[in-house]
Design a protein around this ligand. Structure first.
Ligand code: FAD
Length: 257
């Protein structure tokens, strides 16, 4: 089976993020595989081990993403592709990324494409569905279980805490939700093997794309941190007085009643 994983290099949002000039400050920031894409890599490896075939991991970005691609190879993926657009595109958006990935995949005869449900930095959840639309294949988002047998696919998806079971067939794109699996850590032999696994680097030219073909459709006007949380107010005194004060505060300060 021909399996592709879409992998994004993202900020580690567990770390402190700072802004400089309206942009996220990359100096000193930690970068990781988008956590939902780790589920995608793990699922792809499990499907390949059960069904046979090959797992290729694709990332659109800069050469720094090579580190995250090598980690996916160390987990057990077979090949990686880095579409390096650093020198060609200054401002990309979800359209840019999806168009590039779809252009790469259009003649690859992918049976299964697994993306993350959402990137923890950009957070739009658009890239997976956009790629499927461009390739004109079905897609199912936020999946928590994937079973494939003789080309028939049964998928369980998370619908805001409830589950939905969908039966379909390949080719298919799915997006991984938390709970799909427990991503493995790369083993030491895995890390050694990963150094020799193929990592292809492509540019827009290699995909017959011009900059204007992938020009962003949206413009980010501003990026800002959420307002600081103010300390809560603790009322004291007789309960009756506290209730009166609370009602007054809700009216005059919070202005919610
Ligand atoms: C060269 C470049 C320039 C950019 N410039 C800007 C900018 O100026 N302003 C701005 O706000 N943003 C910029 N971006 C970021 C870009 O708009 C989004 O991060 C990207 O389109 C993905 O959207 P998202 O983060 O909402 O991902 P989502 O749609 O939430 O991601 C869902 C899933 O899609 C897949 N995916 C997402 N991104 C990639 C990727 N790059 N490679 C492989 N798979 C992926 C992953 O599986 C991921 O889990 C730029 C990106 C690039 C590569």
């Amino acid at each position: 089976m021909n399996i592709y994983v879409l992998l994004k290099r993202t900020f580690d949002t567990e770390e402190k993020i700072s802004l400089t000039g309206g942009k996220i400050n990359e100096d000193g920031a930690e970068f990781i595989i988008n956590p939902y894409d780790e589920y995608a890599v793990e699922e792809a490896i499990q499907v390949r081990d059960a069904q046979g075939g090959e797992v290729t991991v694709i990332s659109v970005g800069t050469e720094e993403a090579e580190k995250q691609l090598r980690t996916a190879l160390a987990m057990g993926a077979d090949k990686a592709v880095l579409i390096n657009i650093e020198d060609e595109i200054e401002n990309g958006d979800q359209f840019t990324t999806s168009k590039i990935i779809a252009e790469y995949l259009k003649d690859k005869e992918a049976d299964l494409i697994i993306a993350g449900n959402v990137a923890i930095d950009g957070g739009s959840g658009q890239v997976g569905p956009r790629v499927a639309e461009l390739l004109e294949i079905p897609y199912i988002t936020t999946i928590t279980k994937l079973e494939i047998s003789d080309g028939n696919v049964s998928v369980t998806r998370d619908v805001e805490g409830d589950s939905e079971i969908i039966e379909t067939s390949l080719p298919l794109l799915v997006t991984a939700q938390q709970g799909l699996n427990e991503p493995r850590y790369p083993s030491l032999p895995g890390i050694m093997k990963a150094k020799k696994k193929p990592l292809e680097e492509l540019e827009l030219d290699d995909l017959d794309l011009e900059e204007e073909d992938v020009e962003a459709k949206t413009k980010t006007l501003e990026i800002y941190l959420p307002p600081k949380k103010e300390a809560g107010k603790v009322l004291s005194g007789e309960i009756k007085d506290q209730v009166t004060e609370l009602v007054q505060l809700l009216r005059s300060e919070a202005k919610v009643i």
